[in-house]
Design a protein around this ligand. Structure first.
Ligand code: CP
Ligand code: NVA
Length: 308
């Protein structure tokens, strides 16, 4: 599989074969890392990371990841380059292409990342936009595969806000043949563009997609229950209103009692205990949730090693 030079902007651009390739490579890199075996496939290569929003996992896992592959990184925060304001995105992309071997971007408008990639000569990786978070979902699929040994014949139930994570989960699950139920309060459903794309992928893979407002309905036969914050970065002003409205969508032990007996709980983190997830549930599933966080490192090493 040759993915050299390819952007990693959306899971819509990757079929089952290429995602399987990335997942297998991530597994191999994780095993090698555990055994202390080092790789130098990105020797002397530089990844520039642009952050218009905060981050713990994405920043550290990319920076550690590229170093483990022999390369290095430079972080540019919002106050330093003010993406799209200080100069055009096209100019920023053309300048960085002359210095770096890859660029990761975390920002608000997904179109800004697409515009950047249009002008960039080096691969661009989406580190989260308002509408998607593909690196997260690759790590999630890796975690699910490690836990259950397969992805097909499983059902994931996502409970909460129909946000970037929900949109990308729809694409990832439908491509890989997993059933997915998305359960949000009315008016907070995932983006129809992502939903329609996922339905196309589901026609090929055989996965079933459900969108519901009823959390108990979503739980039926769910092997994986997934949640995320009710107010994403950039939606802070809505946090109070959402806290009331989303209450029936909390992942707690009562809700989980309606899922499959072998259920695991995933959370992309950061978590807001007492809101989208209870302290009790988060701590009960802490092992797999922090494995999921670790898997960002291995999944992104697979992406970087493949595209850069
Ligand atoms: N899950 C995730 O992307 O975490 P950060 O926002 O800390 O990078
Ligand atoms: N939906 C969250 C994900 C954080 C990793 C946000 O965009 O803030």
């Amino acid at each position: 599989m040759n993915l050299k030079g390819k952007d990693f902007l959306s899971l819509a651009d990757f079929n089952k074969e290429s995602l399987t390739y990335l997942l297998n490579l991530a597994t191999r890199l994780k095993q090698d890392n555990r055994m202390g075996q080092t790789h130098h496939v990105l020797n002397n290569k530089t990844l520039v990371l642009i952050f218009s929003k905060p981050s713990l996992r994405t920043r550290v896992s990319f920076e550690v990841g590229i170093r483990q592959l022999g390369g290095n990184s430079i972080v540019l925060k919002q106050d330093e380059i003010n993406l799209g304001v200080r100069e055009t995105i096209a100019d920023t992309a053309r300048v960085l292409s002359r210095y770096a071997d890859g660029v990761m971007i975390r920002t608000f408008d997904h179109n800004d990342v697409v515009e950047f990639a249009k002008w960039s000569d080096v691969p661009v990786i989406n580190g989260l936009t308002d509408s998607s978070h593909p690196c997260q979902i690759l790590a999630d699929l890796l975690t699910i595969k490690e836990t259950f040994g397969e992805l097909e014949n499983l059902k994931l139930a996502y409970i909460g806000d129909g946000n970037n994570v929900a949109n990308s989960l729809l694409l990832g699950c439908s491509t890989m043949g997993m059933d997915i139920s998305i359960c949000c309060p009315e008016g907070y459903d995932p983006d129809t563009v992502y939903l329609n794309k996922a339905e196309e992928f589901a026609d090929v893979s055989g996965s079933k997609i459900q969108v519901t407002n009823n959390p108990k309905e979503a739980m039926l036969n769910a092997n994986v229950v997934y949640t995320d914050v009710w107010a994403s970065m950039g939606q802070e002003a809505e946090a109070k209103k959402r806290k009331e409205l989303f209450k029936p969508y909390q992942v707690n032990s009562e809700l989980l009692s309606h899922a499959s007996d072998d259920v695991i709980v995933l959370h992309c983190l950061p978590a807001h205990r007492g809101e989208e997830i209870t302290e009790e549930v988060l701590e009960k599933y802490a092992d797999v949730i922090f494995e999921q966080a670790e898997n960002r490192l291995h999944a992104q090493k697979a992406i970087m090693a493949s595209v850069m």
